[in-house]
Structures are given as structure tokens and as C-alpha cells.
Design a protein around this ligand. Structure first.
Ligand SMILES: *[C@@H]1O[C@H](CO)[C@@H](O)[C@H](O)[C@H]1NC(C)=O
Ligand SMILES: *[C@@H]1O[C@H](CO)[C@@H](O)[C@H](O)[C@H]1NC(C)=O
Ligand SMILES: *[C@@H]1O[C@H](CO)[C@@H](O)[C@H](O)[C@H]1NC(C)=O
Length: 231
């Protein structure tokens, strides 16, 4: 991919044109895992696996998690939460259930408005997700991609203070691609790569009595039935 200036939309259509995924491997589910793949040819030798790693949370305090990728732990089961109108307006959220009793834990992030080159950490904290961090709904019915307005998601090989300096994580952040995209490859810190996150179908379990979470507004979405092959 020579073009530097690649839109999120173009990235999505390149991915859906992948010869490794045929239509019959696309399912529909309310529950899904979010699986990362390195986007835009950002080949770097990071010490943590990114391709095929699952999105989840690294606990950093009561009800607080940094969004991280992990290839072995299976990640978190997510669902897209919102009314039909919110889905149509791309204002739905991505949520999950955590804690005891089960509470909503939403995907949350913002943008560094002062400096588009500064990555902004994505969290999976107790509470609702940020409206607009949601899945695209490609017209051809293929699985969408996690998007956040003008941002691109990146995964960074780094330690998390809570766990000490020696353990490395793949910490998920975002960059304001609308302002930094022209120079995005050079704006991405050396320890980070751009990632695409796509849904892998999984069952959304029923909530036990006493849960504070609700699946009333969980939407069925197209999702991959098998892990995407190499692209
Ligand atoms: C990654 O490591 C391999 C093997 O050591 C090396 O051939 C390759 O050039 C490295 N790639 C980058 C982008 O540093
Ligand atoms: C899910 O969406 C509904 C409808 O907008 C909203 O009332 C509810 O608070 C949302 N729940 C979460 C956890 O975001
Ligand atoms: C992935 O999860 C396993 C099991 O919890 C843990 O041992 C490992 O350090 C994690 N890897 C990364 C890159 O966070």
C-alpha cells in the first residue's frame, strides 16, 4: 500500500476485499470479540503480539481498565449498545459486562485536541461507552470495523505503571487522523502500530439475576465466524 493518505473507509474496503474471508464465514451475533490486525503496513518488531490479539482491559484500579490487546487470554465479550436511531446516526456505543454484580463497562476515549500527534488512551472503565466509538456497518453486509470519528487506533508496546516497569503490554490508544493523517506514519510513535479492530462472533451470555447491566439495546451485528487470515 503505497498511498499514505488512506481513509478509514478505504482501509475497510481493502480489508473486506480480502480473499481469505468468504461470505459464508460471516455470521451475525449480538456478542463479539474485537480482534486486532496491524493496519497500513506498519511493520515494526514490537515485543508484544498484535495481529490476531483480542481487545480487553488491564485492571488499573476499582472499575478502571486500560484497553489492551492480548493474543492468549481470549479478550472481553462486547456488544454494540444503542437504539436503532443511535445506530443509524453512528452514536451507538461498545459495551461489555464486568464486576460483581455485572455492571456495564464501555469503551471510552477522546482526542487530544491540543496536539493531534499525542496519542489518547482508550479505556474500558465502569460506565457507558463513548457515543460514536462503534462498528461501521458496510453496505455489503460484511463485518464492520471499530471506528471513532476521525481517529485511528494504535497499539503501543509499553509498560503500565500499575504493573511495574518490566511487564510489556499492547496498550490501545487513538490519534486524530483527520489532523495527523498526512504524516500519520511518521507521527506514530516508534513503539506503536496502527491497528484495525474487527468483530469475531461469540455468544452474548444471559445476565444473572441482580445484574446492573442490560442487553436490552444490544444489536445484532455482522461478525467473522473465524479469525481473519493473513492479508
Ligand atoms: C524485524 O526483525 C527482523 C528479524 O530480526 C528483521 O529482518 C526486520 O528487518 C525487522 N523489521 C523491522 C521493521 O525492524
Ligand atoms: C444502552 O443504550 C440505551 C439506549 O440509548 C441507553 O438507555 C443505555 O443507558 C445504554 N447502556 C449503556 C451501558 O451504555
Ligand atoms: C496476556 O495475558 C496473559 C494471561 O493473563 C499474561 O500472562 C500475558 O502477560 C498477557 N500478555 C500481554 C502482552 O499483555
Amino acid at each position: 500500500m503505497a498511498a499514505k493518505l488512506i481513509t478509514l473507509l478505504a482501509a475497510a474496503s481493502v480489508a473486506t476485499a480480502s480473499p481469505f474471508l468468504s461470505r459464508r464465514e460471516v455470521g451475525h451475533s449480538k456478542g463479539f470479540k474485537l480482534v486486532a490486525s496491524v493496519a497500513g503496513g506498519d511493520a515494526k518488531n514490537l515485543t508484544v503480539p498484535i495481529d490476531g490479539a483480542f481487545l480487553g482491559g488491564a485492571h488499573v484500579g476499582a472499575g478502571l481498565n486500560l484497553a489492551v490487546l492480548n493474543i492468549t487470554d481470549g479478550g472481553v465479550t462486547f456488544f454494540q449498545n444503542g437504539t436503532a436511531a443511535e445506530v443509524k446516526d453512528a452514536q451507538s456505543t461498545i459495551s461489555s459486562d464486568g464486576g460483581t454484580p455485572l455492571n456495564p463497562y464501555g469503551l471510552q476515549a477522546g482526542l487530544d485536541t491540543a496536539d493531534p500527534r499525542t496519542p489518547y488512551g482508550v479505556t474500558l472503565d465502569a460506565g457507558a461507552g463513548t457515543p460514536g466509538i462503534t462498528l461501521t456497518a458496510p453496505a455489503d453486509g460484511q463485518p464492520g470495523e471499530l471506528v471513532m470519528g476521525p481517529a485511528s487506533f494504535i497499539a503501543c508496546d509499553e509498560s503500565i505503571a500499575y504493573y511495574g516497569p518490566d511487564r510489556r503490554f499492547a496498550v490501545v490508544k487513538d490519534l486524530d487522523a483527520s489532523r495527523a493523517l498526512g504524516d500519520l506514519p511518521t507521527n506514530i510513535p516508534d513503539n506503536c502500530v496502527r491497528v484495525s479492530l474487527r468483530p469475531l462472533c461469540t455468544e452474548l451470555g444471559t445476565l444473572p439475576p441482580g445484574s446492573l447491566s442490560s442487553h436490552e439495546f444490544a444489536n445484532e451485528v455482522p461478525c467473522n465466524m473465524v479469525l481473519p487470515g493473513p492479508r
